[in-house]
Design a protein around this ligand. Structure first.
Ligand code: HPA
Length: 245
């Protein structure tokens, strides 16, 4: 079985069940990835893990070197990557605690190094991004989740915001009118860079709060941490099931 790449987000800086074999520092033309790559096995299946926000969760979403992270994965031969993401829920099915595999993206980020096709090109290149996530990998995640009896919502539009602040009530209302179901800060340019590199990429999103204005009162880190703690175990089980499938 081809090794699975996993990019961990908030609440997933380590994969507890991973038997670690080695760490490798990869240098890329775009600088350093967020951390050394961790090579290991999940129930015997090879996995390469990279914590998006660094090993100590110190890199904020707008400072992540997305280009180096995806390049490093490709450099070590990874062809399938699951990006784990904590998100805020906008529409009713995306209540805190829900796991989802989005099928669309709207990019509201700005000023990030968002492409590998930037300079020194033989010719201008435009990737197809009609369906931004790899349908094969989305299907593998959903099937693996069914196999371990964990509920995972199929589909939804991920709205990627710049952060690190959370959104205003009006911003979330606009995103809902735009068709977004969840909001997160790291989904782009990660998905687009994966496509540029020919990596089959999908997102496993865990809703950890209602987005701004969707519940009474402010969003607290306590609420987010509680849902991260409660949900990451299920997410890890799904990831292990995908790796082992
Ligand atoms: N907004 C943006 N990103 C997030 C949120 C949110 O409400 N929750 C978790 N990541």
């Amino acid at each position: 079985m081809q090794a699975l790449g996993i990019i961990g987000g908030s609440g997933l800086t380590r994969l507890q069940a991973l038997t670690v074999e080695r760490h490798e520092v990869i240098s890329t033309p775009y600088g350093e990835p967020s951390a050394p790559l961790t090579f290991g096995r999940f129930d015997g299946t090879r996995v390469v893990f990279l914590p998006r926000h660094g090993s100590t969760h110190s890199i904020p979403p707008h400072r992540v070197n997305y280009r180096a992270n995806l390049w490093a994965m490709r450099e070590v031969g990874i062809e399938r990557v699951i990006g784990m993401a904590a998100v805020g829920g906008i529409t009713p099915p995306m209540a805190p605690g829900v796991l989802a595999v989005p099928d669309q993206v709207i990019d509201y980020t700005w000023g990030r190094d968002h492409t590998l096709f930037d300079a020194d090109l033989d010719s201008v290149t435009h990737i197809d991004f009609t369906d931004p996530y790899c349908e094969d990998l989305r299907a593998q995640i959903l099937a693996a989740a069914r196999g371990v009896d964990i509920a995972v919502h199929d589909g939804g539009t991920y709205g990627a915001t710049q952060g690190p602040r959370l959104e205003s009530r009006a911003e979330i209302a606009r995103m809902e009118r735009d068709g977004c179901d969840v909001v997160g800060m790291t989904g782009m340019p990660e998905a687009a860079l994966a496509r540029e590199l020919g990596i089959c990429y999908a997102c496993l999103a865990l809703s950890v709060n209602w987005a701004a204005g969707k519940s009474d009162g402010p969003i607290t880190m306590g609420e987010i941490d509680r849902h991260l703690d409660q949900g990451m175990g299920r997410a890890r089980t799904v990831l292990a099931a995908v790796a082992g499938a």
